[in-house]
Design a protein around this ligand. Structure first.
Ligand code: UD1
Ligand code: UDP
Length: 360
């Protein structure tokens, strides 16, 4: 059986790494096709190096563009590679444009599609990721749902039971496989002049937040107020897209510490030593929950409702007052919740199912 891994961005590399490592361990016949959606060193190559992943056999180098430009170029490039390599199955992870293009190109060639992290829904179609994940799920033959809730969503959309496999989320594997190494070897907390438990960590990059000047300004105002209210440094390793929009809109958060994006081990260390995390990232909401660090989500909805249910997360939206209130609420909560994302064996389960071919 020949397997193609199609990926293109930071979270896909991190969350597909446990699957890739397991395929390597089993000496499976597989290759990586990188769309090139992310290409800056700290969004791309650093993760291949640090997680010791094999180099992609193909890189389409599509780069950045509008949604149609990115997705269209990927579709054309992926189709060519799939026609040449004729894999039996392709695997995609998550909800980016690379995921949509990979799933769609393969399905149209009658190649089986496995979607890792299937069944997530924010029910907000203003988010490009929501369209991508719905379409990828409905192109897929193997839907690897991280939780029973995600499975129930897929069943509710008419996806047959025998295509859905509840595996846990591969982010739990990635965290458990790397946390001790991160704690022992990463130097990010020190290097940024921070002290464990005496700072808050921010990430903010989603299109619906940073492409709208008023909304981006309102969130930054909220974060500035958090620094003042809690007299605690707030560090923001800033995604290049957010940096670009901040410059374009002339926004200058007065009190935040801005830093470049960091490698995965450094980021894990920054997360695990933070007193509070504020984010609009999907993966960071999950990691905060797994690491038992309270999280404030800077969005109106989340496709990770499990984090709200266990009490690790709260939705703050974009209003400065609410961001401060939600931070206060989360700082007062006990962090004794249970991780709903599995025991760190999702990658192994996914590979077993794919190689066992348990749905034909
Ligand atoms: C994409 C995903 C988003 C995911 C994020 C992970 C889509 C629709 N969005 O958003 O779901 O959360 O990746 O980080 O797929 N840029 C660079 N260097 C790079 C890549 C991008 O500087 O290596 C800058 C460019 O200015 C580019 C902008 O970021 O125009 C947006 O890049 P793009 O890949 O379209 O979306 P992301 O915001 O990265
Ligand atoms: N991450 C990282 N360095 C950073 C910021 C984030 O390694 O400076 C990792 C983080 O640990 C998580 C992933 O990137 O695993 C989340 O990716 P991102 O927030 O870009 O995308 P999303 O999860 O929102 O799709």
């Amino acid at each position: 059986m020949k397997i193609a891994i199609i990926l293109g961005t930071r979270p896909e590399i991190i969350k597909m790494a446990p699957v890739i490592r397991e395929l390597g361990r089993k000496q499976a016949d597989f290759f990586i096709l990188h769309t090139g959606q992310h290409y800056s060193y700290y969004l791309d190559k650093v993760f291949f190096e640090q997680l010791e992943l094999p180099q992609p056999r193909y890189n389409l180098n599509v780069g950045s563009g509008s949604h149609a430009e990115e997705t269209g170029k990927m579709l054309v490039g992926i189709e060519k590679v799939l026609l040449k390599e004729t894999p039996d199955i392709i695997l995609v992870e998550g909800d980016t444009n690379s995921v949509l293009a990979g799933a769609l190109a393969a399905a149209k060639l009658y190649i089986k599609v496995g979607h890792v992290e299937a069944g997530l829904r924010s029910y907000d179609r203003n988010m490009p990721e929501e369209i991508n994940r719905i379409l990828a799920d409905h192109c897929s033959d193997f839907l690897f749902a991280p939780t029973e809730k995600a499975k129930a969503i897929l069943r509710g959309e008419g996806i047959p039971e025998d295509k859905i496999f509840v595996t846990g989320n591969t982010i739990a594997d990635a965290v458990y496989q790397n946390l001790e190494i991160a704690r022992a070897s990463a130097n990010a907390v020190n290097a940024l002049g921070l002290k464990p438990q005496e700072y808050f960590l921010v990430t903010l990059h989603r299109q619906e937040n940073v492409d709208n000047r008023a909304r981006f300004a309102s969130i930054l105002e909220g974060l500035d107020r958090v620094v003042a209210e809690f007299e605690t440094p707030v560090i923001y390793p800033i995604h290049p897209h957010s940096r670009k929009m901040m410059t374009k809109f002339g926004l200058q958060p007065r009190r935040l510490m801005l830093a470049e994006p960091v490698d995965f081990l450094s980021f894990l260390q920054l997360e695990s030593s933070a007193r509070l995390i504020l984010t609009d990232s999907g993966g960071v909401q999950e990691e905060a929950c797994i690491l038992t660090v309270p999280c404030v989500t800077l969005r109106d909805s989340t496709e990770r409702p499990e984090t709200l249910e266990v009490g690790s997360n709260i939705l703050a939206g974009a209003s400065p007052d609410t961001i401060v209130e939600c931070s206060k609420a989360m700082l007062g909560r006990d962090n004794n919740w249970q991780n709903p994302f599995g025991d760190g064996t999702a990658g192994k389960k996914i590979v077993e199912i794919v190689m066992g071919g348990s749905n034909g």
